[in-house]
Design a protein around this ligand. Structure first.
Ligand code: FE2
Length: 170
């Protein structure tokens, strides 16, 4: 996956050194900061890393799962009054920053999530949807995952490029 600018070409220009901050829920649908059973470390399912000279970034993680927003306050009252469910489609959170570019704060959603077209907070956009591509066992790349580990069995590949907007062209 790449970090690039909106540039003049279809692929933009690589943004080397972009800082990528990501986080997601654990398989139990809870963020580490809200897990009541304290089964998670403070920074579990969080990572922060830097794009390489070619603007490339890569990491391994488990596929995120859908979760519900809290329903014990005013939000719950609104959802009940409007007949809406509290579910959000699964997603990865991103904060991407690089000198000379507008910071990007966003979420990215798997294409096969059953709540993709009914996010209770209306966060889904077509260009924020990622495709999970099944890969056979024994095909995980040997290079590029030194920090996040390798996978022995079947795995899924997601290619998701991030486009940053230069401050001068904003
Ligand atoms: Fe979230």
């Amino acid at each position: 996956m790449k970090c690039c600018d909106s540039g003049n070409s279809a692929n933009g220009n690589p943004v080397s050194g972009a800082t990528i901050d990501i986080w997601q829920t654990a398989p139990n649908g809870m963020y580490s900061s809200q897990d009541p059973d304290q089964d998670q470390d403070e920074f579990s399912f969080h990572a922060k890393f830097t794009a390489d000279l070619g603007g490339n970034y890569s990491f391994t993680t488990v596929k995120p799962v859908p979760y519900t927003v809290p329903t014990d306050g005013p939000v719950g009252d609104i959802l009940k009054a409007t007949g809406r469910h509290p579910w959000r489609p699964s997603h990865l959170h991103y904060i991407v920053e690089a000198e000379g570019y507008r910071p990007l704060v966003t979420e990215v959603f798997p294409s096969d999530d059953k709540y993709l077209d009914q996010d209770t907070v209306f966060g889904v956009r077509d260009d924020l949807v990622m495709q999970y591509q099944p890969q056979p066992a024994g095909t995980f790349p040997e290079q590029g995952f030194a920090l996040s580990g390798t996978v022995e069995g079947r795995w899924m590949l997601v290619e998701f490029d991030i486009v940053l907007v230069a401050i001068s062209s904003a």
